[in-house]
Write a protein that binds this ligand. Structure first.
Ligand code: ZN
Length: 176
């Protein structure tokens, strides 16, 4: 997609889901290292959204909407952002697949960090080396008194699966 097309997409999504709140915003493609949040970055004070070059066109509306929700909510991935995502989802916004499953009660999952989960796993997998991902996440939720179901965590936090697999692999190496 050309830059003009991206700007037109912002205008269209703004009109459909944000009642013109992004009238002063611009959106540009940027080098991957200029972006965080997987594919994009929003600088609300400069009224600018940066989208990583090279994304598939079909993902651009979802990536842009994700960033627009950051700008409107002034939030990372916590409650205010989720509320905004759920609001636009109800209006039929074409969210990314992972974002389309957000639920408000998942919000604590957003606060659990990969480091916290890794620290939990390092002890848990020693005691129960054959624990599955689902069982491990359930204990992580219970021990930390977090809200939500294991499958929601696994779905809404892709790093949970990555962290689990890395820890399991590390443990298998130490044993060998
Ligand atoms: Zn984000």
């Amino acid at each position: 997609m050309a830059r003009q097309g991206l700007q037109a997409l912002l205008r269209k999504l703004d009109k459909q889901y944000f009642a013109g709140r992004f009238a002063e915003y611009s959106v540009e493609f940027a080098a991957p290292n200029a972006c965080t949040c997987a594919a994009a970055r929003t600088n609300a004070s400069q009224g600018k959204i940066l989208i990583r070059l090279g994304l598939r066109d079909q993902n651009l509306p979802g990536v842009l909407l994700h960033q627009m929700a950051h700008a409107v909510s002034e939030d990372t991935h916590d409650l205010a952002w989720k509320r905004e995502m759920i609001r636009i989802r109800a209006l039929g916004a074409p969210l990314l697949e992972a974002d389309s499953l957000i639920e408000l009660r998942d919000w604590k999952a957003g606060r659990a960090s990969p480091a916290e989960f890794a620290a939990f796993l390092s002890g848990f997998l020693l005691r129960d080396p054959s624990a599955t991902l689902e069982v491990s996440v359930k204990r992580f939720i219970d021990d930390g008194r977090r809200a939500g179901r294991p499958k929601d965590y696994i779905r809404s936090c892709p790093w949970i699966t990555d962290t689990f697999e890395k820890m399991r692999a590390g443990q298998a190496r130490r044993k060998a």
